[in-house]
Write a protein that binds this ligand. Sequence first.
Ligand SMILES: [Cu+2]
Length: 140
Amino acid sequence: MNINLTNMDGPMMGGGGGPMTGGGPMSGGVMRLQADQATVPHGSVSFLVTSRGSITHEMVVLPLPEPQIVGTRPIGGDGKLDETGSLGEASNTCAEGAGQGILPGGSGWVSITLAPRRYELLCNLPGHYGAGMYTQLTVT
Ligand SMILES: [Cu+2]
């Protein structure tokens, strides 16, 4: 599946298209992690993650406990989440797996074997989750 990582922190995002509308509330602007599929069958799931914003991003896969809602994990004082239980991540520019982050215009990828349940895909760079970089993935 394809994941797009975006942020709006200035006028340079013009022409990007997509569903982002309106101004960014609060400081830091609006950031998004958008997947082209909300539901996939269980087994090996391949993620192709592209940073289309102006800054570095990443994608981490965490199980989503019932009945928790995406976007409601507690954020630590460093602006990040506890990644305990992470099943994998794409945070390497033009390479697989974990790295230092996906640079603007770059892609990273990872394949993870996922059992049927709900997951949360998110960016865990400081402040990004709080700015909106999360989405739910349901594996059937
Ligand atoms: Cu991010």
